[in-house]
Design a protein around this ligand. Structure first.
Ligand code: FES
Length: 186
């Protein structure tokens, strides 16, 4: 019978080695991951639900987490890695203080998102799915956010900016960094 608290045998050497890596060695975060696995491991389409929940609740799905999920669900880690890297809403590392998302829906794509994204990559020196070394900005692409009439759309955290041109991006990035510097506790 499955242990409903620890869905994989704690004595497993593989598990012990994975637990050396954060967040599996963080008891609170591991408990969250275990709860997700126990809850969804047997539902239909469980893998996607598990990955979605881990992304939402932990904030990213690192390689050790992928390996842990593979062990528990008894699926090849390559399958999990394939899903995580295919869908842009999954990230393999923690997100930064702010998220800069570029809509890749049809209207935005046609309206110039690829050029915008290229400019953002140059400005931040990172690719989508990654975070600046100072931890301030994560660059992402996303699907249509429902504001097609304002294409191309950029989303900073939860705020939409429409009809953005590449020339406006440096100011937008400066604004994000400045708001970060003014945050309480900075
Ligand atoms: S395609 Fe970008 S908001 Fe719809």
């Amino acid at each position: 019978m499955l242990d409903q608290t620890h869905p994989y045998p704690l004595s497993s050497p593989t598990l012990r080695s994975l637990m050396k890596e954060s967040p599996l060695n963080n008891p609170e975060q591991k408990a969250v991951i275990d709860q997700i696995l126990v809850t969804y491991r047997d539902v239909s389409g469980g893998l996607m639900v598990v990955l979605n929940e881990i992304q939402s609740q932990i904030g990213y799905i690192s390689r050790p987490i992928q390996e842990y999920v593979a062990l528990v669900l008894n699926v090849p880690v390559s399958s999990i890695h394939g899903v995580v890297t295919f869908y842009s809403f999954f990230t393999t590392e923690p997100r930064g203080e702010h998220t800069l998302k570029f809509c890749m829906g049809t209207a935005c794509y046609v309206g110039g998102t690829p050029q915008l994204l290229q400019k953002a990559e140059q400005l931040l020196d990172i690719e989508p799915g990654h975070t600046t070394p100072d931890g301030k900005i994560t660059l992402e692409i996303c699907r249509c956010v429902g504001a097609c009439s304002q294409a191309p759309v950029v989303v900073v955290d939860e705020q939409l900016y429409g009809r953005i041109r590449p020339s406006k991006l440096p100011a937008l990035v400066r604004e994000i960094v400045k708001s970060s510097a003014n945050s309480p506790g900075e």
